[in-house]
Design a protein around this ligand. Structure first.
Ligand code: BG6
Length: 509
């Protein structure tokens, strides 16, 4: 196990939802698993005034998201709460950073955190740069006595120009090695396993290219709508919220070349090359290859589901997309002319994220005359969530006379591994940052490269009103037009069920 230095985690945005829902529970799990160093502190920072005790009540003792954790015994909660502190900071007022600095120095003395700090920016993005500057002006960015790292939450930029400006601004105060751009999809165990499936086995990689793969499909469907986040979402939309970051990280892991070594720089170099190889869209390509949609109210099994425009915080004339499906190409030696189809949407029939590799059919249809089902494509499904696992579909002989074949499933599911603890994404990512490992964080150059591809779509949607936003009834698989993206006879999206192997039907609700 890698060594973890004594350190403190300073969370800006301490009274926000992310802190309570994800960050504190992740650190608590690390505490229960024995992953925290001997001296450790969490310092919540925001504008509100809390005493340490009041903040502990809020994020530990009264935190609904902690109570459900297996380790949440009274004893553990009490021991954990002692590591949690609070410091009020008005992020726009330089003077208050001095108070933060004094508090951190006092904690260094009290519990020997050794001047090692992670600053976690869980605030609105408009404050990222202000906070980074405020820290730097007070010497909290330096790596001389201890070390200092900055975790930046998504969204990283609103478009290409703002992402570039943010990178440039942060680099005035922190070096690239100190900046950890978080994408929680990279913290998911099944996402990391894609890398291992490809590069630890000799059977997949020789086939993993244009000679054997017909197309690649990625779906990230959510059952929920925008919930209470309408205000944020309405100025974001699915392209910014899911595609530019989470889905493109999946694309990079599926498409990258083998890295020289399994370390942060080698892996991130290869991912960057994928983004650089994306075939740029013309305005016409955007119209033909990118479908956007928005969910409409509907009634499912007698229950009425709100449409997007009726959600709290959403403009009732909004054209913001809650669904995107797109087809694109990666112009390099491995993937030339292999179509990639990706889609994401809210208010879909089920919550499911998966990567589907469709192999080309075999060249000679030996059994075609005996079975209508023969010569189907082999398919490898990498299920990211839920019912995490891998499924391979291949043809087998139906017992009896002749050579009739049928496609069968061979599958592995994570829940079959008893006694294996699968850490939550934030838990894994925070621990990596604590140990100085940026492998599962996005690098500045590749964030910009992903934006380069996405930006023209945003611009085209902005300037061309004739590009439709298709409505789809809440609880369905999105606009039917998305089916036309996939070329070829009998070719369609896979319609997955929440259960990995229970497929082939137009499942759920
Ligand atoms: C977040 C998006 O980054 O990812 C949300 O802002 C989305 O809109 C969420 O719901 C999905 O994450 P997961 O882990 O539930 O697939």
């Amino acid at each position: 196990m890698k060594k973890t230095d004594n350190q403190a985690l300073v969370i800006f945005g301490a009274s926000g939802d992310l802190t309570e829902r994800k960050l504190i529970p992740a650190v608590f799990n690390l505490f229960c698993g024995g992953f925290l160093p001997e001296s450790y502190a969490v310092i919540g920072v925001s504008r509100s005034s809390f005493t340490d005790a009041a903040y502990r009540d809020k994020v530990v003792f009264n935190n609904e998201h902690l109570k459900s954790k297996p380790g949440a015994t009274e004893e553990n909660l009490k021991r954990f709460a002692k590591m949690v502190y609070y410091q009020a900071v008005d992020t726009k007022n330089t003077e208050t950073y001095v108070q933060l600095k004094n508090r951190l120095e006092a904690l260094d003395q009290e519990i020997t955190t050794k001047s090692n700090y992670i600053f976690y920016l869980a605030t609105p993005p408009s404050l990222y740069q202000t906070i980074a500057n405020g820290l730097a002006e007070n010497g909290l960015n330096n790596n001389e006595n201890g070390w200092s790292r900055l975790i930046v939450e998504k969204p990283f930029g609103y478009d290409l120009a703002s992402a570039k400006a943010l990178n440039k601004g942060l680099l005035n105060s922190f070096s690239e090695e100190q900046i950890y751009r978080i994408d929680h999809y990279l913290g998911k165990e099944t996402v990391q396993n894609m890398f291992v499936t490809r590069f630890a086995n000799s059977i997949f990689e020789p086939l993993w290219n244009r000679n054997y793969i017909h197309r690649i499909e990625i779906t990230a469907a959510e059952h929920v709508g925008v919930e209470k986040r309408g205000g944020y979402y309405d100025s974001s939309g699915a392209l910014r919220d899911m595609i530019q970051n989470h889905l493109f990280q999946l694309v990079a892991l599926v498409a990258m070349e083998p890295p020289v070594r399994p370390d942060a720089e080698s892996i991130r170099n290869e991912k960057l090359k994928v983004f650089q190889s994306l075939r740029a869209y013309s305005d016409q390509d955007i119209k033909e290859n990118v479908i956007r949609g928005q969910y409409l109210n509907s009634t499912v099994r007698g229950e009425s589901i709100s449409g997007y425009r009726e959600e709290e915080g959403v403009n009732d004339q909004s054209k913001t997309e809650t669904y995107v499906a797109m087809k694109f190409f990666i112009d390099n030696w491995r993937w030339a002319d292999v179509p990639f189809y990706i889609r994401t949407g809210k208010s879909m029939p089920t919550r499911v994220t998966e990567v589907v590799i469709h192999f080309k059919p075999n060249h000679h249809h030996l059994f075609a005359h005996d079975s209508s089902l023969s010569n189907q494509q082999n398919v490898l499904v990498i299920r990211i969530q839920p019912n995490e696992g891998i499924l391979l579909k291949f043809d087998m002989k139906i017992p009896g006379a002749g050579f009739n074949t049928e496609q069968v499933n061979m599958d592995f599911k994570y829940d079959e591994l008893s006694n294996v603890y699968v850490p939550d994404a934030y838990e894994r990512l925070i621990l990596d940052c604590m140990q100085g490992d940026a492998t599962l964080y996005a690098r500045g150059d590749s964030t910009e490269a992903a934006w380069e591809f996405i930006d023209p779509i945003l611009k085209a949607w902005e300037k061309d009103d004739s590009i439709p936003v298709y409505g789809y009834p809440a609880g369905t698989w999105g606009p039917e037009n998305a089916d036309n993206l996939i070329e070829g006879e009998n070719m369609n999206w896979r319609y997955p069920c929440s259960n990995l192997t229970d497929d082939g039907n137009y499942c759920e609700l």
